[in-house]
Design a protein around this ligand. Structure first.
Ligand code: NDP
Length: 450
């Protein structure tokens, strides 16, 4: 089958799932040269099989709000691929969650997890529940009801979820407590747990830190570094916060951060003190980012999700790190980045850059790293948390950070090597897709037609 025939088959089998099709299209385009070399992979329909979840669990979550009113939401777990290890991937609680969004994330997760070099398959889950505006008690009740069903389908050798948008330390705590109660078992069933009850040091920081380690590797491959560079970051959640922190550690200057209401432009740049304010604002007080601008007397720009471009990406800078959500950087934004001579775009979020925008960046010589490579530090450290849980050990902060640094360097080098081998030197997107695909394809081939 040609590339178009495979894609049209996937489209036909998954109608009304644009995010999933977008993710499949990008990987398929990248791995066609591999399929052309491997008639065995084609005969086994390996790519086609990877687009079909091994299992998709879809359930009702019913709970009582603080007024005693009945509320209900949809819960999902996509167990996408277990060829190289137990299903592994986050849970997202956000009103935009659909089967399409979770299937795209689970599909991406297969290759990302393979790139880490750790034994983890691909999965993702979540709910259309919106934690915004809910009391702690309501979030706890929702988490307990959600786990009431999910607990039937997971355990520490089968499927190990983690956090994602809307699921941070608080939610992982409530979910873990509910699982323990239901199963009467204390096991490493979730990652991102608190230190003191099975969590790993550095897990909270890992996605943001790993992203910046990856970007520093990209800069070094071009005999440059992040030191002294002006950086744009979008988002203000877990990934954005620790990306900002690591850029500061490496001597760069971060001038933006955002949430779903708009962005702040702080020309003087973030300091550790300003970052501590942001963490408290978003994680503890759960406020809006405008408060940062009011406190530090800098600019706040309201952004409407329906605008045709995001003015955050028109701010002059050297490097850009989209760390909020999917499709947040489009072709117009990419043109603005090119116009401003941005050198590097590395994704902290999953699929934040639209396909048109990626082409514009690559065609104009901007170094571009896809999330499945550059944000893999989070799941990699989740893998390290699983290992510590299995062994009953706690590694030091330095040990975990050193492993994370090493994993990010390996992903960088493996992606570059695969890109070179397949005639696309310097193309991190194609390299990451090919390297991840090859590892999973070989495992599926060895395990027979199942
Ligand atoms: P958080 O929930 O901690 O933060 C999300 C941030 O993005 C918030 O600032 C939120 O704003 C903003 N945001 C969410 N949706 C939108 C939207 N539609 N428009 C504008 N802003 C939005 O999530 P994370 O930081 O954990 O995740 C961010 C991204 O990184 C996601 O794509 C996730 O899949 C990816 N990722 C996360 C990993 C992790 O370890 N946490 C690992 C790998 C990838 P507001 O406060 O207004 O909601």
């Amino acid at each position: 089958m040609t590339q178009e025939e495979i894609l049209s088959l996937v489209k036909k089998r998954n109608p009304n799932e644009p995010e999933f099709i977008q993710a499949v299209d990008e990987v398929l385009m990248s791995v066609m040269p591999v399929l052309d070399r491997h008639s065995d992979f084609r005969n086994l329909k390996l790519f086609e099989r990877m687009t079909e979840p091994e299992r998709l669990i879809y359930f009702r979550v019913t709970w009582l709000d603080d007024k005693g009113q009945v509320q209900y939401n949809r819960g999902y777990r996509v167990q996408m691929n277990s060829a190289i290890g137990p299903y592994k991937g986050g849970l997202r609680f956000h009103p935009s969650v659909t089967a399409s969004v979770l299937k795209f994330l689970a599909f991406e997760q297969i290759f990302k997890n393979a790139l880490t070099g750790l034994p983890m398959g691909g999965g993702k889950g979540g709910s259309d529940f919106d934690p915004k505006g809910k009391s702690d008690n309501e979030v706890m009740k929702f988490c307990q009801a959600f786990m009431g069903e999910l607990a039937r389908h997971i355990d520490d050798r089968t499927d190990v979820p983690a956090g994602d948008i809307g699921v941070g330390g608080r939610e992982i705590g409530y979910l873990f407590g509910a699982y323990k109660k239901i199963k009467n078992e204390f096991s490493g069933i979730l990652t991102g747990k608190g230190i003191g009850w099975g969590g790993s040091l550095i897990r909270t920081e890992a996605t943001g830190y790993g992203l910046i380690y990856f970007a520093e590797n990209m800069m070094q491959a071009n005999k440059d570094s992040l030191k002294g560079k002006t950086c744009l970051v979008s988002g203000s959640g877990n990934v954005a916060q620790y990306a900002i922190e690591k850029i500061i550690h490496l001597g760069g200057k971060v001038v933006t951060a955002s949430d779903s209401s708009g962005f702040i432009y702080d020309e003087a740049g973030f300091t550790m003190e300003k970052l501590a304010f942001l963490k408290d604002l978003k994680d503890v007080r759960r406020g809006r980012i405008k408060e940062y601008a009011d406190k530090y007397n800098c600019k706040f720009v309201a952004v409407n999700a329906n605008e045709s471009s995001n003015p955050l990406w028109a701010v002059k800078a050297d490097c850009a790190f989209p760390c909020a959500t999917q499709n947040e950087l489009n072709d117009k934004d990419a043109n603005n980045l090119v116009k401003n001579k941005v050198k590097l775009v590395a994704e902290g979020a999953n699929m934040p850059t639209t396909p048109e925008a990626i082409n514009i960046l690559i065609d104009n010589g901007v170094m571009y790293a896809p999330g499945k490579a550059s944000n893999a530090g989070g799941v990699a450290t989740s893998g390290l948390e699983m290992t510590q849980n299995y062994m009953g050990q706690n590694w030091t902060r330095e040990e975990v950070d050193a492993k994370l640094l090493n994993i990010m360097r390996n992903i960088h080098d493996t992606s570059l090597a695969a890109a070179k081998e397949y005639g696309k030197p310097g193309n991190y997107m194609i390299g990451a897709n090919i390297a991840g695909f090859l590892k999973v394809a070989k495992a599926m081939q060895a395990q027979g037609v199942i």
